[in-house]
Design a protein around this ligand. Structure first.
Ligand code: GNR
Ligand code: NI
Length: 175
């Protein structure tokens, strides 16, 4: 098991469209375990492989809140096969956009088809925070961050702050 470094925006590796996973083998399962450990340590409720530098279509989600306890969900090559017409707005955050939050509207319910840890095809009906989180993670696989879904003005403000924070970090490390 290993904690993996999480990429912070702006980073070109967060903008890539990820490649489908050809086979769910032991190397993929090892990455799943490392991603879950990294997500729990962060702490976060989801993590996508590109956030830890692997441009492949793999996400992990784990919601442990009263009213919604999913256990770890590993989803390979996830696809939305059905989405509700109704949207919900959630105040989203992202481990790759640390300390910034913004309201994003997404379909309230989605049905997701994916390969599980054993490479078996499964479908899961998602609602509530699970629905929002799965869609947020799937966006990462397309190189899309939640800040790409808000106004250009707000996005610009957040990106400038992230660039400044990175410079401050680098200066700190140089001292
Ligand atoms: O930990 C996370 N919390 C969260 C809250 C609201 C909507 C989405 C998320 S996902 C985020 C972890 C993350 O960045 N996953 O890509
Ligand atoms: Ni994220």
């Amino acid at each position: 098991m290993a904690l993996l470094p999480i990429l912070i925006a702006p980073d070109p590796r967060l903008k890539l469209v990820c490649t489908p996973v050809a086979r769910v083998d032991d190397a993929v399962r090892q990455l799943m375990d490392d991603m879950r450990e990294t997500m729990l340590a962060a702490p976060g409720i989801g993590l996508a492989a590109p956030q830890v530098g692997h441009p492949i279509r793999l996400i992990v989600v784990e919601i442990e809140r009263e009213g919604q306890k999913t256990g770890p969900l590993f989803m390979v090559n996830p696809e939305i096969v059905e989405a509700s017409d109704e949207d919900v707005i959630y105040d989203e955050g992202c481990l790759s956009v640390p300390e910034h939050y913004a309201e994003v509207a997404r379909p309230a319910k989605v049905r997701v088809r994916y390969l599980d840890r054993d490479g078996e095809t499964r479908e899961l009906e998602c609602e509530g925070l699970l629905s929002t989180c799965v869609q947020h993670e799937m966006d990462h696989l397309e190189g899309i961050l939640f800040i790409d879904k808000i106004s250009a003005l707000k996005r610009g403000i957040i990106l400038r702050k992230l660039i400044k924070a990175r410079k401050d970090r680098e200066r700190e490390e140089a001292d």
